[in-house]
Write a protein that binds this ligand. Structure first.
Ligand code: IPE
Ligand code: IPE
Ligand code: MG
Length: 248
């Protein structure tokens, strides 16, 4: 494998990388195993990518771990994923602290089991003063849920006189999203060869660079992240301008 890490320009790192971690089920099936075996093995990729991001000096890493739509999966799989979440958060909290990583979560926590919320909140509290990477877990998250909630919250705040309707700007809307105070991702990665967004960060990825790879999530290693970053750095981000304007 090429050494992609050496090719990374540390002056031009994305500050925020978001990942749609997909392909655990297919990874397991290929080996004749149950889907949960794939989810269990996906944890080591989460660990690798978090560590690589912290080492590189990225500021934010958002991982899509469970979508609103994933509640419609077979109950056994949902239960297994919730159990895995609790175990992983508990087991990884000391490592997050050691690596100066701060944990946050986004999503509809009202649908999450109480024991997951408790464990999650405990880890968020324990790591709140860490100043390195911020790791954001998207749990019971979907973009349409988020945008709907933001719209309801804005309408409520107008009705209560907290804000005026004339004050609605793009910036204000951003501040009603779960990602308030978090910069938009410059780079969005999706694994497993699927070319779709699956209801993830629709507002925030308006100008993100999209990177798709066939690698299934449990096979995704540090080098795969470095490769995506090198690819990102080869692109010209024009934001609607011309190439000449960008390079003058
Ligand atoms: C991603 O892997 C993990 C979650 C969505 C929770 P999948 O479970 O979607 O794996 P595939 O896409 O079926 O292979
Ligand atoms: C997207 O993966 C959600 C997560 C990675 C958590 P899915 O496997 O649920 O997405 P679809 O159903 O293939 O679009
Ligand atoms: Mg999938």
């Amino acid at each position: 494998m090429n050494n992609f890490k050496e090719q990374i320009n540390l002056e031009n790192l994305p500050s925020h990388v978001a990942i749609i971690m997909d392909g655990n089920g297919r990874w397991a099936k290929k080996q004749g195993k149950l889907r949960l075996f794939g989810h269990n093995n996906g944890v080591s990729s989460v660990r690798a990518v978090t560590e690589a991001s912290a080492e590189l000096g990225l500021k934010y890493l958002t991982l899509y771990a469970f979508s609103t739509e994933n509640w419609n999966r077979p109950q056994d799989e949902v239960n297994g994923l919730m159990k895995l979440l609790i175990q992983t958060i508990e087991a990884e909290t000391p490592t997050l602290n050691k690596n100066n990583v701060r944990l946050l979560s986004i999503g509809d926590s009202s649908r999450m089991p109480e024991d997951v919320n408790k464990r999650l909140q405990a880890c968020i509290k324990t790591t709140e003063n860490n100043t390195g990477l911020t790791l954001i877990l998207a749990l019971s998250y979907s973009s349409r849920w988020e945008i709907t909630k933001a719209t309801q919250d804005i309408a409520n705040d107008i009705a209560q006189g907290i804000i005026k309707k004339e004050e609605i700007t793009e910036e204000l809307i951003s501040n009603y999203m779960c990602t308030k105070n978090i910069p938009d991702p410059e780079l969005l990665i999706r694994t497993s060869g699927e070319y779709r967004i699956s209801n993830f960060l629709l507002w925030q990825i308006a100008y993100s660079e999209l990177y798709f790879t066939d690698v299934l999530w449990p096979d995704f290693q540090k080098e795969d992240l470095y490769k995506a970053i090198v690819n990102y750095q080869s692109r010209e981000r024009r934001f609607g301008k011309t190439s000449e304007q960008i390079n003058k």
